[in-house]
Design a protein around this ligand. Structure first.
Ligand code: GLP
Length: 253
C-alpha cells in the first residue's frame, strides 16, 4: 500500500499546473490518472484525503473535490462511504505477457532481424517528454529500425529511451530489451495503444508495400517495476503480416 507522502510526491512530479489542458481541477484529474496509469497507485489503493491533497499541493479543497468527482464519474475512482476514495478495479485487465519483437518472432519460429535507420542521442521533444515523464530537453537515445522476420520487412519501429537508462544507442545490437536488461532496466509493465492506419508513401516504400496499404500502429509506453517510464515506442506493423492476439479472462472477483 503506497503512503500518502509518496502519492503526493508523484503528483508533484507531474507538475499539475502544466499537465494537460483546461482548469486546474482538470489538470489535477489528468495527473491523478497518470499516477494510476503508471502503476504507482494500484487498484484498491486509497487516495490521500481531500484535505491532505489540498494542503500539500497548495490548491483549494473545491478544486480537489471537483477532480475527485470527475474521476468517480469516469469510473477511475470509487468512493466508499466513511472509508475514503480508492482506485477502482480496472475494466481492461492487461493479461498479455510483455514481450519484445525478438521474442515474438522466435516464438513464431521466425528469425528476427533489423535494418538500422537511426541510432542517435538527442533531446526529448514535448510529446516524448510527456510520454516518458521527463522534462523537455532531457537526453534520450533514439532508435529507428526496420524490423524483419526471416528477412521480410514486418514493422518500422521508432523507440525513444531516456539516456539515463541506455547511455549509448550503440549498446543495442539486436534487441532493445536485451540491452536494457544488461543495465537491469528491462521493462516490467507496458501500456499499449493500437489503431488502424494507412501507410504513407515513405513508410510504405521502406516496408515494401503499396502506398496506402493497411498498417497497424502500435504505441508502447513501458515502465520499470517502480513505475518509471523506460520506453516510448511508435511502431507501424504491416497489416497483412501481423496479428495481434489478446488473451482474455473473466474477472475472478
Ligand atoms: C516490440 C514493441 C516495442 C519494443 C520492442 C523491443 O516490437 N512494440 O515497443 O521496443 O518490441 O524489441 P527488441 O527487444 O527485439 O528490440
Amino acid at each position: 500500500m503506497i503512503s500518502t507522502a509518496d502519492v503526493i510526491a508523484s503528483l508533484r512530479a507531474r507538475d499539475i499546473e502544466n499537465i494537460g489542458h483546461g482548469p486546474l481541477y482538470r489538470r489535477l484529474q489528468t495527473a491523478i490518472k497518470a499516477v494510476i496509469d503508471d502503476g504507482i497507485l494500484k487498484v484498491d489503493d486509497a487516495l490521500p484525503s481531500e484535505r491532505d491533497l489540498a494542503n500539500e499541493l497548495g490548491i483549494s479543497r473545491v478544486t480537489v473535490r471537483n477532480s475527485m468527482r470527475a474521476l468517480v464519474e469516469e469510473g477511475v475512482l470509487v468512493q466508499r462511504h466513511g472509508a475514503g476514495t480508492f482506485v477502482a478495479p480496472r475494466v481492461e485487465q492487461a493479461l498479455s505477457r510483455l514481450t519484445s519483437f525478438t521474442e515474438d518472432m522466435i516464438t513464431r519460429g521466425m528469425n528476427p532481424g533489423a535494418v538500422w535507420i537511426e541510432k542517435t542521442l538527442g533531446h526529448a521533444s514535448p510529446e516524448e517528454a510527456m510520454a516518458l515523464n521527463l522534462s523537455p530537453g532531457t537526453e534520450v537515445t533514439r532508435l529507428r529500425r526496420l524490423r524483419t522476420a526471416n528477412e521480410k520487412p514486418m514493422a518500422l519501429e521508432y523507440a525513444v529511451v531516456p539516456r539515463a537508462f541506455l547511455p549509448s544507442p550503440e549498446e543495442v545490437e539486436k534487441s532493445l530489451y536485451d540491452a536494457l536488461a544488461k543495465y537491469g532496466k528491462k521493462p516490467e509493465r507496458a501500456l499499449q495503444r493500437l489503431r488502424a492506419e494507412l501507410f504513407d508513401g515513405e513508410t510504405a516504400k521502406i516496408l515494401g508495400v503499396p502506398d496506402g496499404s493497411a498498417a497497424l500502429y502500435i504505441e508502447r509506453r513501458s515502465f520499470l517495476a517502480n513505475g518509471t517510464p523506460v520506453e516510448f515506442t511508435r511502431s507501424y506493423y504491416r497489416g497483412d503480416s501481423y496479428d495481434f492476439i489478446a488473451e482474455m479472462q473473466v474477472d475472478a472477483r
